[in-house]
Write a protein that binds this ligand. Structure first.
Ligand code: ADP
Ligand code: ZN
Length: 224
């Protein structure tokens, strides 16, 4: 099965994607993580992508679509994957659907985390992530604190802030999200594969709540 995570920056889709990836033993593919890794390693792709990412804009479709198609062609994703941060435009969604039909026609489910913008801004400016890319755990200095400040609970690595997690860039990213998301959400709704959650981000158990709702939904819907 392919699980497509939809939701604005800060909606918690990355954290939920990681949990679902463990639960269903599916590879978690985050286009944002792949771009950040390329930026860190100063690859050609990283240099190009950073011109857009640092401004809160989308990386152009041609770069992004090729990247995802290559990743989805690898052996470890033949049973499906969790797609986090892709598709973000209708064109990406159409290209993904074509790719899945032609290469690996297994079931697709889209999960939308629907959260008010003001909550998202608060979440993103307080977000910190694990610097160890094998781990990549996500914390929040207000809502999901690590046990020890600045240190990852899971692997002990240093926690860092993403360069694009500042108030100005997050407002730009939210605008970009709203410009594109309506069409994508409609797209998956029309395909009858959309499952929408309205998480209460102030609840201590928001992640567990999201996870159990998605599991319940998948139990009903997924046949292969
Ligand atoms: P967030 O959901 O918090 O914005 P991501 O890690 O998913 O964070 O993405 C970070 C940045 O990477 C985005 O703002 C965008 O510039 C770029 N990016 C990620 N995925 C895509 C995509 N599918 N298409 C275009 N740009 C993307
Ligand atoms: Zn870690």
């Amino acid at each position: 099965m392919y699980i497509i995570m939809l939701g604005a920056p800060g909606s918690g889709k990355g954290t939920l994607a990681k949990e679902l990836s463990k639960e269903y033993n599916l590879v978690h593919i985050s286009t944002g993580d792949i771009f950040r890794e390329n930026i860190k390693n100063e690859t050609e792709l990283g240099k190009k992508a950073n011109e857009y990412i640092s401004k809160g804009q989308l990386v152009p479709d041609d770069l992004t679509i090729d990247l995802v198609k290559n990743r989805l062609s690898q052996e470890d994703v033949k049973n499906g994957a969790i797609l986090d941060g892709f598709p973000r435009t209708t064109h990406q969604a159409e290209e993904l659907e074509k790719f899945i039909k032609n290469n690996n026609p297994i079931q697709t489910v889209a999960v939308l985390l629907d959260i008010p913008d003001e909550d998202l801004v608060k979440r993103v400016v307080n977000r910190v992530i694990c610097s160890n890319k094998e781990c990549g755990a996500i914390y929040n200095t207000e809502f999901r604190k690590p046990k020890q400040e600045g240190i990852c609970d899971i692997c002990g690595s240093k926690l860092i802030k993403r360069a694009d997690d500042n108030e100005e860039t997050v407002r730009d990213r939210l605008k970009v999200y709203h410009d594109n998301s309506k069409e994508i959400i409609e797209y998956y709704d029309n395909e009858n594969v959309l499952f929408t959650l309205h998480p209460n981000i102030y609840s201590e158990t928001v992640l567990e709540d999201n996870l159990s709702k998605v599991k319940g939904h998948l139990k009903e819907k997924v046949t292969k």
